[in-house]
Design a binder for this molecule. Sequence first.
Ligand code: BGC
Length: 920
Amino acid sequence: MKIVHLRTNHMKNPLGYDLGKPVVSWKVEETEGKFTQNAVVQAAADPDFQNIVYEISGKNLDSYGTVLDIPTEPSVRYYWKVKVTTDKNEEAVSSTAWFETPKNPHEWKGIWISPDFHKNSKEDGIVFHEFKISKTVKKARLSISGLGLYEVYIDGKKVGDEYLTPNFNDYFSWIQFQTYEAEEYLNPGTHKIEIWLGSGWYKGKHLTFNEGNPDCHYGDTSGAIAELKVSYEDGTEELFQTDFTWKGCRSCIRANSLYDGEIIDETFDQSEIFSVKELNIGTERLKARLSLPVRKKLIKKPKELILTPKGERVLDFGQNMAGWIVFYNRLDKGQTCKMTGGEILQQGNFYHENMRSAKTEFTYTSDGESKWIRPHFTYYGFRYIKLEGFPENINLEDFEAWVLYSDMEETGSIITGNEKVNHLISNILWSQRSNFIDVPTDCPQRDERLGWTGDTQVFCKTASFNMDTQEFYRKHMYDVWCEQKKNNGMVPMVVPDLFLTAASAAWGDIAVIVPWVQYQMYGDRSLLKKQFSGMKAWVEYIYKMGKEEGEIGLWKAGTHFGDWLSLDTLDGRATGGTDVHFIASAYYYYSVSLLVNAAEVLKLYKDSEKYSKLKQKIRTSFIKEYYTGSGRLAVDTQTAYILVLYLHLYPEGEEKNLILRLVDKLKENKNHLTTGFVGTPLLCPVLSQHGYGDLAYTLLLNEDFPGWLYAVNMGATTIWERWNSVRPDGTMHPDGMNSLNHYAYGSIQEWMYQYMAGIQEKKGVPAWKSFFLKPQPDQRIGKAEAVFDSPFGKIVSAWEYKENNIFFHFEIPFDTSAKILLPDGQEKTVTAGSYDYVTKKEALPAKEPGDRYLEDLLNDPEISVLLQQRIPAITKHKNDTYKGKTLRESMNEVFNRYTLLDLKKLEEEIKCLSLSEPIV
Ligand code: BGC
């Protein structure tokens, strides 16, 4: 028996984070036991546990999140361990984990400084200081922040392995500081600390494509604040902090911008020394970090060097991604080279137009030294790099791409028997990697890269299967809350808010949906508790908007993004064909429903009662407004049916008609989707929930436009923003808004985990403590294996078609139970362990959509009579189409041509087959 994966606030041994009340978690492996009989958590202020500060025990301690209810002191390292006894009386004690609290965020001796370049210079420079260490250092902590970005070096060595610090948030509300262990840099002697400054999100060229947005959104002067606290072996302490004794100088980073890139000139003379000036921004906003570190997570080597028809030299990394181009410098002193990022080639040539105004360039002037060179204060998305200024013969080994993103553990994977689907899954993961650089962004390449709330909301569950996103979203949801506080509960379109504009439905609902999904996935109640105010504030905001319009049950005001980029309008408008206020009202209902759930979990019964009433009110108003007297949905788009079915927002008894109508709508479109950002994520789940899993597979497997595999066939290595970002002839969609790295449609992977593999949560049970395994296999992909490292450990669900059988394999982690539901109707309730089953292929329900209609029709007494009369005649018909086919196949042929609700047409069809033969 082993206790593994010890985490504090879901991080391994975190240092310097704002942890609130720390939450510890662990997993148990390699045990005969099935459940925890008892667990004891001990926390101490020393590694030998002499000085225990907290102890908690019990059978029901949550291994996925036990709160250490202690008031922690600043700058202290706490240690903790857990002992677990199982129901089989096995026992194990974990290794020791730790967390270290940050310095007191309210007490700063250091001041914000910036090089005093005079003349209102906006240049980002360097601030530095020389200091002496005279005794042996026992411990040293560097607490530091910068505006916009900083990198800190001691004696030329970079401190820490993270980049783009102090990360991106609403600097008007809070500024994060990081804490680094620094003893390894500080032998007795003289040392130099240097803080390099960059613009980042804080200042410089305006962020967003909106030309009217001001430059320097948060401030116009970069600066830093730092305190280096050194504790000596002899028990004394010394503090070195930013003050007027520091100096400043210019930097060889001559220009830097997130969108445009970086210009480094190593021949630049940095020797002029400047004094520093104080920035009057105070220290009140400084708060210990929440952001996960952005790290170099992967390195990619170029696949080939292409000489384009235009004569450009372009490196192809074979993979679209986000981060940096890094190279080994062999240029002579004074020579300049330039590397520009692009996502695709057009007619074989380098293409940059879809980056819009973002230059995405890295320019370097050599000092003649051979060494690896990287950028510092930029990042961008690219697959191709255009090279300029390099000598004729270059070595591919001299180049690499650093893939940067927030350091999250990967927790999920799916492999199927279909190579194209596997490629799609890889594309989704790459779009996640590219857009999780501290803020969940829409895209990583053009002049945007913003925290678009709608994109985050729709992808959040997929993301949380793929990676442990808890701390990533916790920080982001804190940002959302900061914006809400300033705006009476309103959630701006992007967070951090750079547009200063209104909310949109399905975008602003991030405030409710993300916390709820996180709670379901990870079970951390303390987080849900923190986020409840934001959830409530968003619902109250919509309520107020409605009230002003004289309607509290619907959201009929405001501009919304609708079913963004759907394909169901004639004029091609981006908001799509579904009435935007219909979507807004449905999402209002959705958010209020989740708010009620959250209130119940948190035992806030007054709230749950209040919002249950509101939920009922919305339901009544919605049904009155959007259904005709006979129960027909008045908004006739795929997305409209998907939404009401997903949310159970229909008059009693209408469910069947609605799903048939959706299936019809798909059939009318040759079983292809027309949905955008709102409809797409819910489309396949709705089909599978209503017995049309086979149709969900058909949509997944469509290889032509519009469908997921179309992009795969067109060579995509990430998910595109549009269904046709690249058109069949290989040319880019002409609209300026066309990214090849947008994760929203990647939300199909949630369906793969939950329906293809059938890993489904049980209502009301968070963190996968007990769950369903309800795979829906399909012979067209042959096999699928999903692995999800849940808060309790690995859940595996796999199936494979072999000859006439389907083999199933499941693994269930310690301390959980699962109900397995096989497609042939078998049911088993199981606990920790691994399980294998075989079913006969024939035992499975119908596969083709037509089969399903047939089933439905046969179950309808009236229609069934009609069919009973006709079927034998059809099968006897000499027409080749039906010859030699089974009854079921024949009927499929007929039914697939018509909409199911149109029985008259069906009858005509049967008649015009000239079925005059007598009915047998
Ligand atoms: C972004 C989207 C976003 C949308 C909202 C676009 O520019 O890239 O992903 O959700 O605007 O309308």
